[in-house]
Design a protein around this ligand. Structure first.
Ligand code: SF4
Ligand code: F3S
Length: 106
């Protein structure tokens, strides 16, 4: 499966959702999560993310491994998103800031 990681938080560009053939993305207030039970590893979303926040499960950056179970948990709790929308207001400022996990809203 593919995993959304830290740099999506407070950016949420949503370019990723348009290309997913199985509607695996789920939307929370300031982060998206991929449902691992839906993802078919097509790889299409990974290059779409302007924040480079999407990784294959086997290639999640060191220290961010907790995002793999987190995507599953949040995908089950949040609604599906299939249409791109405006990024969050301060997305450009937050893009690239480290350790945004503490700012994740549920
Ligand atoms: Fe969807 Fe493909 Fe990304 Fe999986 S890898 S979340 S199937 S676009
Ligand atoms: Fe997040 Fe990147 Fe998608 S910032 S919403 S994973 S395009």
């Amino acid at each position: 499966t593919f995993v959304v990681t830290d740099n999506c938080i407070k950016c949420k560009y949503t370019d990723c959702v348009e290309v997913c053939p199985v509607d695996a993305f789920h939307e929370g207030p300031n982060f998206l999560a991929i449902d691992p039970d839906e993802c078919i590893d097509c790889t299409l979303c990974e290059p779409e993310c302007p924040a480079n926040a999407i990784f294959p499960e086997d290639d999640v950056p060191a220290g961010q491994e907790h995002f793999t179970p987190l995507n599953k948990e949040l995908a089950k709790a949040w609604p599906v998103i299939v249409t791109r929308k405006e990024a969050l207001a301060d997305a450009k400022e937050w893009d690239g800031k480290p350790d945004k996990f503490k700012l994740l809203e549920r």
